[in-house]
Design a protein around this ligand. Sequence first.
Ligand SMILES: Cc1ncc(COP(=O)(O)O)c(C=O)c1O
Length: 406
Amino acid sequence: MQRDRAQDLDEADALAPIRDRFVVPPGVIYLDGNSLGMLPVGVAEAVADLVTRQWGVDLIRSWNKHGWMDAPQRVGDRIGAIIGAAPGEVIVADSTSVNLYKLLVAATRLRPDRTVVVTEVGNFPSDRYVIDSVAAQAGLTVRAVPASDLVAALDNDVAVVTLSHVDYRTGHLHDLPGITSAARAVGALTLWDLAHSAGVVDLNLSARGVDLAVGCGYKFLNGGPGAPAFVYVATRHHDSVSQPITGWLGHAQPFAMRDDFEPASDLRRMIVGTPTMVSLAALDAALDAFVGVSMAAVQAKGAALGDLAIDLAQQWSPDLVLASPRHGSERGSQIAFRHPKGYEIVQALVARGVIGDFREPDIIRFGLSPLTTRFVDVYDAMDHLRDVLQTGAWRDSAFAVRNAVT
Ligand SMILES: Cc1ncc(COP(=O)(O)O)c(C=O)c1O
């Protein structure tokens, strides 16, 4: 395939102009939006305004004057529009891991007579650690099974099935509608970790009957390093859901300063403490990049970018083993290859400005952000990958030095 063909695909791409909503550093092909999304235009100004004017001048008055108190719900609703949730079903708070803990405990409380938590073998480590911890506290059994056995693992003992929607290594996309309805059929709840799907997959959460979900603000939502995460709770659970970290801002009347805890009547009950306003302002402004964007179109482009990358890599770099599903409908917006020297190969690519990442034990991972990644970027990245492999450029000893973040 010639590069012209990739250029043709870009010319025909209705999402291509959205790239202008981002700050694109020169000399970089960025294929790591699944770890840290790119900086959208306007975020730096929004953060500067929050710091210099709202914090610097208006000080404490900003909690009322600039709507800081409402920000978790307001920004939550903006994320809700992207993930197919109704207004009031999403709130922004804490990190994904902390939110998973809160919702997992909440799920076990909603199903007090059940004794099993189902998850997948190889789930994201943080999720697995939280699941094991909650199960130990609550005296529950964790049933961790391969993806292919998930539906068979569901029975009347299961309180909740909790999964990462997209496998962080391979990009495998679970059948969210199918697993959600299978769980409902046995009376179990679903708790989805949308870390790698929010912002790239047409999720339609409410319509699909999902009970609970969490997700990251800093990956494909582009909210910036350490951006706060989000919590989704279907409206039908709002009256009965309760979470274990009963902080003052989850109270019905935080400033009544009462001794007893009464949860807020709405999803504010999922908040614990003071919102992280600087990063919330960044996330809020970042979401402007999604205005008017169809998530179905985003998902379709992500699949097409992945198809192109896989076609080229398989043609040019036969030493790589495809770790991702071949079909776009079974992938999130990321692809992965296995190679015993994956770490060194990724470092050699990064040195050329082609930024992907590495995951143990041998995964070369590329995130494909449909709002910013062009088909020519994929073409050029795969061309560099071919060159790094064919020339053995990865053998330079500098590329074997392990960084803290891989
Ligand atoms: C699937 C998944 N879940 C959870 C997390 C953890 O998120 P946090 O660091 O916000 O707790 C990550 C982070 O990369 C992730 O990929």
